[in-house]
Design a protein around this ligand. Sequence first.
Ligand SMILES: [Zn+2]
Length: 386
Amino acid sequence: MITVDERGSITSIEAASPDERLPETHPGAVFLPGLVDTHVHYPQTRVKGSASGPLLDWLKATVFPEEAKFADDDYAAAVALEFSAAMIAQGTTTASIYGSPHPAATDILFATLARLGLRAQLGLTLMDRGAPPENLLAAGPALAACEGLIERWHGHDDDRLRFCVTPRFALSCTPQLLRGAADLACAHGLSLQTHLAENDAELRATAAAFPDAADYLEVYESHGLVGERSLFAHCIHLSERNWDRLAERRACVAHCPDSNFFLGSGVMPLQAATSRGVRVGLGTDVGAGRTFSLRRVAARAYDAALLRGAPVTPEALLWLATRGGAEALGLDDRIGLLEPGFDADLCAVDLPTSSRRDPFDALLFNLDAGPVRATYVRGRRLLVDA
Ligand SMILES: [Zn+2]
């Protein structure tokens, strides 16, 4: 029995007596802390699983044409609802989201998340080069639009929604925009997210675009983008020294193995992060990721770790999908644990009786296992029709 106060904090967890009359029950299900998706792209919802990889080809053929559609507010609103519903259906309560390059579409997603009750950090995806003109916004107007979105949404509903500075990646930003993004994050004390070292061709193109930088990580370091509020997705092709630098700067990592397999990007060395104490969460990376289910992503993370010769347990992977994600997003004082004092962000997942002996294996690795039955943020059940 989980008791929640009027603010949505857990006040107690104890066994319920058989004659207890509880307002909501989920017989046969287990409760998990709400799943935390540390890397997901809202405007790629409708191209999830579209095969045109590897990365740079896939961006050009699939992603940029789809993201251009978010100039249309009606389209953006329809997808915002689909995107939110897909996360709720998989037990995701918190996400770190890349918005569209269009300020209005990003505002629409903020409003949808606010209404439906999800917890998130979200940013306008900053791009002022390296894509068709309809996908780009120059540094000046883009940073001004960020200021407007910060004013409107950052800290909304007792900090349930946050603005996150989101330069897409080095190749899509001029040095001026990268520096402006870092200044914006610094001025407002904001988190920052981007992609790092995903694919070989991307590494070569980045080296050519930033010839003064010794490596990819230095591009971000030299523009002031690496610190304890920075969240880097992928981190596949990094040297040991790069990992040392990420650890020294207390940066965080979003591990997205399903996406990495789908685009043939490579396998992130999870142990390189965890052995250094680098905070790591799991990310679906929809739409290069083929699912909104972090349980499925955890299964891919298991496969990836085995390929790297450093197996991980299902318990450790469930930790990454919940508490690890909360740490990577700087929310570990509020979510990621089912304990009194923490916000009641949780999900109820069917667990077949036959799976009782190995519940962690069944929850994560049996891809035909039971669905998520209910998803709650601050004790409120999330319903798309609400
Ligand atoms: Zn991504």
